[in-house]
Design a protein around this ligand. Structure first.
Ligand SMILES: [Mn+2]
Length: 353
């Protein structure tokens, strides 16, 4: 599908929300939401979009005006280096819009106050809701993004020799992903050796790899705007402790159980519970200190999440991680993470070749 058609489809979906809530205009100021709509990455604070019944207006820095006009001839683009929010308010007045919404959950205090003073109303995060269900185009990109992550793991694993540092490994992986077409990492790459693996969000360091210790890597890239996320853990050396082998298999079973529980209509809370039960039953419940997984898309953490308190029901097109872990303080930890897409019948693993 061509770009304009995809944008029109998204605008139609947004207008459904607007009609439902009695809005005749909507301002979009979050740059990731703007990317969702247009497929163009602005930095935060550079652009305000005003969607209304008659079309779409873009207030953006002068330097973007020509590229925007070329790529989006159907959108009215206005050069505005400062005070884009005030410009959108003036435009809404000029167009005679009666009830303009803004995303109350994401708006900055400054712009939100300005919008409220202008009579705009607090609306739900419509785009966040749309972003939860990925269409085929988005799933194809997420597949590519996660495939790059998987290839990175295959590339790096044989290069992990005694003496290499966490930073060196991270740098090598990040270069590999960039060469494959990634624009950035989807979060700060976690490379952990030895006792560092017992900290779920270890900060990658100068620590060098020794013989016979645990390795954990959690990483991903942004490819065509979409994030990948994958974690692998293994023992470096020939003398793997029995307890490490044991927890590795418990975590792997929890991972498989979680993925098997995913399907349209399943409560995300029950997916977490199914995987967590494996770890609890093995006696390690207190060492699994985080949620089972989270949604992934344009951002690394999105809804829906597979966690203990969510009311989310999984839908076809959700992309979520399954990442159980066991962390034994001061010793070692294991986390195994795959990113999955909810299909008609169940879930497909995206972190693969
Ligand atoms: Mn994750």
């Amino acid at each position: 599908m061509i770009l304009q058609q995809r944008i029109m489809q998204k605008i139609a979906a947004l207008k459904n929300f607007m009609t439902h809530d009695g809005l005749d205009g909507l301002v979009i100021t979050n740059n990731i939401d703007q990317f969702y709509l247009l497929g163009f990455y602005f930095y935060l604070g550079e652009t305000v979009l005003l969607l209304h019944e008659g079309g779409l207006t873009c207030f953006t820095r002068q330097l973007y005006v020509e590229p925007m006009k070329q790529k989006y001839p159907f959108m009215r683009t206005v050069g505005q280096d400062k005070q884009m929010a005030a410009a959108a308010v003036a435009e809404a007045g000029r167009l005679g819009l009666k009830r303009v919404g803004f995303d109350a959950g994401k708006e900055s205090y400054m712009a939100g106050s300005l919008f409220k003073a202008a009579g705009f109303v607090e609306a739900e995060s419509y785009i966040s809701e749309l972003r939860q269900v990925k269409d085929e185009h988005e799933i194809a990109i997420l597949r590519d993004s996660n495939r790059i992550a998987y290839e990175t793991y295959e590339y790096i694993k044989p290069l992990l020799k005694t003496g290499v540092t966490e930073f060196e490994v991270a740098a090598e992986m990040e270069k590999f992903m960039r060469v494959k077409g990634a624009s950035a990492t989807s979060f700060l790459t976690i490379i952990a050796f030895g006792e560092n693996t017992s900290n779920p969000h270890h900060e990658t360091s100068h620590r060098a790899l020794k013989d016979d210790e645990a390795v954990l890597m959690d990483f991903g890239c942004i490819y065509n705007g979409y994030c990948s996320d994958m974690t692998r853990s293994w023992w470096h050396g020939d003398n793997e402790p029995e307890e490490y082998t044991k927890i590795w298999h418990v975590v792997d079973k929890a991972r498989q159980t979680g993925i098997a529980a995913e399907k349209p209509g399943a409560a995300a809370q029950k997916v977490d519970a199914a995987a967590r039960a494996i770890i609890t039953d093995a006696g390690y419940g207190e060492y699994f200190t985080h949620r089972l997984g989270h949604g992934v898309g344009l951002e690394i953490h999105e809804e829906p999440c597979n966690d203990q308190t969510t009311t989310a029901i999984l839908k076809k097109g959700n992309v979520v991680t399954v990442e159980p872990g066991i962390y034994l303080p001061g010793k070692f930890g294991v986390r195994l993470e795959d990113t999955t897409v909810i299909t008609e019948a169940g879930a497909d693993i995206l972190t693969r070749k």
